[in-house]
Design a protein around this ligand. Structure first.
Ligand code: PMP
Length: 375
C-alpha cells in the first residue's frame, strides 16, 4: 500500500493524515505553555527562588554523597530515608502519611488525575497559582475560579456559593497565596473545608516564610490534605514536594505516582539538606528581614502600591506596569509581569525577595525606570 505523505515534511508517514490539530484534545490546543523566560546574566527575581548559596562545608558533604551515589540503580521507590528526614522537620499529627512529588506541581497533577471523573470540578480562587487551572485542563476537569475580594482576601460567601453550586471534587487554596502574598483567614478556610464535598488541598509552598500552617488540623478534617514544596527553601533545582494526609487518601494517590518520580540524586541531596534544616530556616529568616526592608522601600515610591506578604515575594502595582517590567529587564533585573494575566492583576508586578544587594539593584532599576517613563 502506498503511504500518504505527511503535511509536516517529506517523510512517509502513516496512511492517515494526522496533525496536532486533528489529534490533540481541544483544551490542550487552547493552552499556552507555562512560560519560563531566559534569565542568564540577569538579577533573577522572577521565580521565588532562595538567593543564598549553601555553606561551603555542606556543599562538600553533598559533593561527596553525589560522588558515591549509586546512579546505576533505580531510586528507592518508597524514598524511606528522605521521608524520615521530612518527618523530623515537620510535626505531622499521628497517623499522617507523606507522598513525594517531583516538585509539588506533580502532586497537583496526581490529585487531579485521581478525581477526574467526567464532569468533575476543580475549584480554586483567583488570582492564584496558575497551575491549578492548567492542570484541570490537562486532565479534562472543569475548572471554577472564584474571584477574591478586592483586597485579595477570600470572598467567603462567593466561595461557599460556588462550592454549593459546583460540588467540587478538588479545591486548592494556596496559603500564603501566590501571587498576592497574603494568608487567607484561617476560619474562612475551615468553613470551606467543612462545606466542600470533595478534597481540600491547602498548598503551603511558602510555609517557610509564613506565620501559620494547616498541618496541625490534618487530623480534624477527613477531607483535608496539606501540600508543601522545598523549592522556595533552597531546593528549586532538586524538584521536591510532598503531600501530607491520611493513609486512606495517600495510598490511592500512590497508585498513580510513577514509581521512580524522585531520582537518586534529589533523594540523597534533599535528605542531607534537611539534616541542616536550621541553616535553610536561617536563610528564610534573612529573606523575611529583607522582605520587610523591600516592602518599606517600595512603599516610599509615589505611584507604587505594594501589598504585604507572608511569602518570599511582594506583589505591587504601578502605572504602565508592562513598560516598567521591560525597563527593569533592560537594566538587567528580571521580575514577573502579571499585567494582563488576570483582570484583578491589572498593572501588577511580582518581585521575589533576593539578597540585600539584589534588592538594592531592583530598587535602583525601578527608580530609574519610573523617572525615565515620567519624562
Ligand atoms: N504551589 C504554589 C502556590 C506555587 O507558587 C508553586 C511554585 N511557584 C508551586 C506550588 C510549585 O512548586 P514546585 O513545583 O517547585 O514544588
Amino acid at each position: 500500500m502506498q503511504a500518504i505523505v505527511s503535511p509536516f515534511n517529506s517523510m512517509p508517514s502513516s496512511r492517515y493524515i494526522v496533525t496536532p490539530e486533528s489529534l490533540i484534545r481541544q483544551e490542550i490546543l487552547a493552552l499556552n505553555a507555562y512560560h519560563v523566560p531566559p534569565a542568564i546574566g540577569m538579577v533573577k527575581l522572577d521565580a521565588m527562588e532562595n538567593p543564598y548559596l549553601l555553606p561551603p562545608q555542606l556543599r562538600c558533604e553533598i559533593a561527596q554523597l553525589v560522588a558515591e551515589a549509586e546512579i546505576n540503580r533505580y531510586p528507592d521507590a518508597g524514598a524511606h530515608h528522605l521521608k524520615a528526614e521530612i518527618r523530623k522537620i515537620t510535626s505531622l499529627p499521628a497517623g499522617m502519611e507523606i507522598l513525594l512529588g517531583n516538585g509539588s506541581d506533580e502532586i497537583i497533577q496526581l490529585l487531579a488525575l485521581a478525581v477526574a471523573k467526567p464532569e468533575a470540578v476543580l475549584l480554586s480562587v483567583e488570582p492564584s497559582f496558575v497551575m491549578y487551572k492548567m492542570i484541570a485542563a490537562f486532565v479534562g476537569m472543569k475548572y471554577v475560579g472564584v474571584p477574591l475580594a478586592e483586597d485579595f482576601s477570600l470572598d467567603l460567601q462567593a466561595t461557599l456559593n460556588a462550592i454549593k453550586l459546583e460540588n467540587p471534587a478538588l479545591v486548592f487554596l494556596a496559603y500564603p497565596n501566590n501571587p498576592t502574598g497574603n494568608l487567607f483567614d484561617a476560619d474562612a478556610i475551615k468553613q470551606i473545608i467543612e462545606a466542600t464535598p470533595g478534597l481540600v488541598v491547602v498548598d503551603e509552598a511558602y510555609y517557610a516564610f509564613a506565620s501559620d500552617s494547616f498541618i496541625p488540623y490534618l487530623s480534624d478534617y477527613k477531607n483535608l490534605l496539606v501540600m508543601r514544596t522545598f523549592s522556595k527553601l533552597g531546593m528549586a533545582g532538586l524538584r521536591m514536594g510532598f503531600l501530607a494526609g491520611a493513609k486512606a487518601w495517600l495510598e490511592q494517590l500512590e497508585k498513580l505516582r510513577l514509581p521512580y518520580n524522585v531520582g537518586v540524586l534529589p533523594q540523597l541531596v534533599a535528605a542531607q539538606l534537611l539534616e541542616y534544616h536550621d541553616v535553610l530556616l536561617d536563610q528564610a529568616e534573612s529573606i523575611k528581614q529583607e522582605r520587610t526592608k523591600l516592602l518599606a522601600k517600595l512603599k516610599t515610591h509615589d505611584g507604587v502600591r505594594a501589598y504585604p506578604s507572608e511569602a518570599n515575594f511582594i506583589l505591587f502595582s504601578v502605572k504602565k506596569a508592562t513598560l516598567v517590567f521591560e525597563g527593569l529587564k533592560q537594566r538587567g533585573v528580571l521580575i514577573k509581569n502579571l499585567n494582563g494575566g488576570h483582570p484583578m492583576l491589572k498593572d501588577c508586578l511580582r518581585v521575589t525577595v533576593g539578597t540585600a544587594n539584589e534588592n538594592q539593584k531592583f530598587i535602583t532599576a525601578l527608580q530609574e525606570t519610573i523617572i525615565q517613563l515620567a519624562s
